[in-house]
Design a protein around this ligand. Structure first.
Ligand code: ZN
Length: 129
C-alpha cells in the first residue's frame, strides 16, 4: 500500500504524539488462508477489512485540526513553549494557578490543508532536537 503525502504527515504527527498509526504490514498464511495484519496487531481475513480498519482508525489531522488540538492540549507539560506567541500555534494566558485560557488562531483551526498539523510537527521536532 502506497502512502500519500497526507498519510506520511499524519503518520509523522501520530508518532510524535505517541499515538499508534495503523497500516498494513504483512500478509500471513494461516491454515492455507491469507490473513492480513495491521501495525497495531489486529488480523483480518480479508484485505478490504484491513483497509477499512486502517481508514477508520487513522485520523486525518489535516482535514480536522481539532484532532491536533486535542493531542497538543493533553500534553500540558509542553504548555510553556507550545502556547507561546513565538511558536505561533495559538495564544493563551494563565489565569490564576491552574486555569488556562486558550485562544486558538482561527486561520489554523479552520484550515483543512494541514497548517496546524504541520506547525505542531515542526514544534514537536524542535522540542526533541
Ligand atoms: Zn490497526
Amino acid at each position: 500500500m502506497t502512502l500519500t503525502e497526507k498519510d506520511v504527515l499524519n503518520c509523522e504527527f501520530a508518532e510524535l504524539v505517541e499515538i499508534p498509526w495503523h497500516e498494513e504490514i504483512s500478509v500471513t498464511i494461516f491454515c492455507g488462508e491469507d490473513r492480513f495484519r495491521c501495525s497495531c496487531g489486529a488480523f483480518y481475513d480479508k484485505r478490504h477489512e484491513l483497509l477499512d480498519h486502517v481508514e477508520k482508525s487513522n485520523p486525518d489531522y489535516a482535514a480536522d485540526p481539532r484532532w491536533v488540538l486535542r493531542e497538543m492540549v493533553k500534553r500540558r507539560e509542553w504548555n510553556n513553549k507550545m502556547f507561546s506567541r513565538e511558536i505561533g500555534i495559538w495564544d493563551c494566558g494563565l489565569i490564576g494557578d491552574e486555569d488556562w485560557k486558550h485562544y486558538t488562531k482561527t486561520d489554523l483551526i479552520l484550515d483543512t490543508t494541514g497548517k496546524l498539523r504541520n506547525k505542531a510537527i515542526e514544534f514537536l521536532k524542535e522540542e526533541r532536537s
